[in-house]
Write a protein that binds this ligand. Structure first.
Ligand code: UFG
Length: 340
């Protein structure tokens, strides 16, 4: 019999790629999502890639009662991957209460459901934003966490703290938090990718939409950072490599290979690329000329952020294999396909 797992937020960008990797590894996947920032058609896209359409439950996980009923009928699950959350950094600054309410109540209801019905293994979708404004690089999992620059980021930091406390208090419960750096890219099938609503906040979708003519030009936020070319540096990670890290992390929990009941792993490539590096890769792989200009820095942006990924390599046996060129090219293929 297949191991059953629950993926909350499974029709979203990272959740859907993760569902594919779990199905490919022989798991039975149950997706829970309220479709607030995703589309039901993603289920057919997952089927087109894997041959399997995951079971789907449309539930708002802030609803404690409905969440509890869901857990009762899925108590045979071996684990849960929690992606369900609001994720727009800028929006969270304008609507902090909605972000705290949504992201933290989802997490609490999920933990309570897992606790009550004996589901022991959790993977939490966290972010490098928990390092706040860092002092030194590369960032490893023992680097000091600081107050994130946005309420969104703070929900990730508080979320990790809640999970850590619960994992100490509960004998059977184990969790791994994956701190993502900058996920970009799309599935090689061209059937899954990022679908931001409205004007994109993030770099990669802004680049692809500009190249397609949906936006006039990309504004590069800042060109006088103390970096090799003056533009900010990030650790971009292909969403498919990132998705695979979730499978390895859950297998580690299931096999009880953890050293502690709550573990943290950075998920990036360990390589820092500037905004101009990303543009150069995009122009090279897609043969598109990108219209861009320089603008002032974006508030809250850090100059440089990249990971030490040795812990994930050594303990999870996870090795990202896709390059920046794979990331920019697959993002472009997805953007063209979804607009065709
Ligand atoms: N950038 C531009 N122009 C744009 C958009 C972005 O120049 O139109 C620059 C940013 O200034 C930054 C880089 O491109 O230097 C990457 O920006 P993104 O918005 O794509 O990503 P961030 O690094 O700001 O944020 C990401 C995730 C967040 C997470 C954060 C953790 O999107 O969810 O990393 O550090 F919180």
């Amino acid at each position: 019999m297949k191991n059953k797992i629950i993926i909350t937020g499974g029709t979203g960008y990272i959740g859907s790629h993760t569902a594919v990797e779990f199905i490919n590894e022989g798991f039975e996947v149950i997706i829970v999502d309220n479709l607030s920032n995703s589309d039901i058609s993603v289920l057919d896209s997952i089927k087109s890639i894997t041959g399997v359409k995951p079971t789907f439950e449309n539930i708002d996980l802030t609803d404690k009662n409905k969440t509890s009923i869901f857990f009762e009928s899925n108590k045979d699950a071996v684990g849960l991957i929690n992606f369900a959350a609001f994720k727009a950094v800028g929006e969270s600054v304008k609507m902090p209460l909605q972000y705290y309410h949504n992201n933290l109540n989802i997490l609490l209801n999920v933990l309570e459901g897992m606790n009550r019905f004996g589901i022991r293994n959790l993977i939490f979708s966290s972010s490098a934003t928990v390092y706040g404004l860092p002092d030194c690089f590369p960032l490893n999992e023992n680097s000091t966490t600081k107050r994130p620059t946005s309420p969104y980021g703070n929900t990730k930091k508080i979320g990790e703290e809640i999970i850590e406390d619960f994992s100490k208090a509960s004998i059977n419960f184990k969790a791994i938090s994956l701190r993502y750096f900058n996920p970009i890219g799309a599935h090689s099938s061209g059937n899954l990718g990022e679908t931001p609503t409205g004007i994109p906040n993030n770099l990669m979708p802004f680049i692809t939409q500009t190249a397609l003519g949906l936006r006039d030009e990309l504004k590069i936020f800042g060109n006088d950072y103390k970096t090799k070319d003056g533009t900010a540096v990030r650790d971009y990670i292909h969403v498919v490599d990132l998705a695979k890290a979730h499978v390895l992390a859950l297998q580690r929990l299931i096999r009880n290979e953890v050293l502690e009941n709550f573990e943290i792993f950075n998920i990036g490539t360990g390589i820092g690329y500037s905004v101009l590096d990303v543009i150069a890769s995009f122009e090279k792989t897609t043969k598109q000329k990108l219209n861009y200009s320089f603008a002032s820095k974006r508030e809250g942006d850090v100059p440089i952020l990249y990971a030490s990924t040795s812990k994930a390599k050594e303990e999870l046996n996870w090795n990202p294999i896709l390059t920046l060129d794979d990331m920019t090219e697959s993002s472009w293929e997805w953007e063209k396909k979804r607009n065709s």
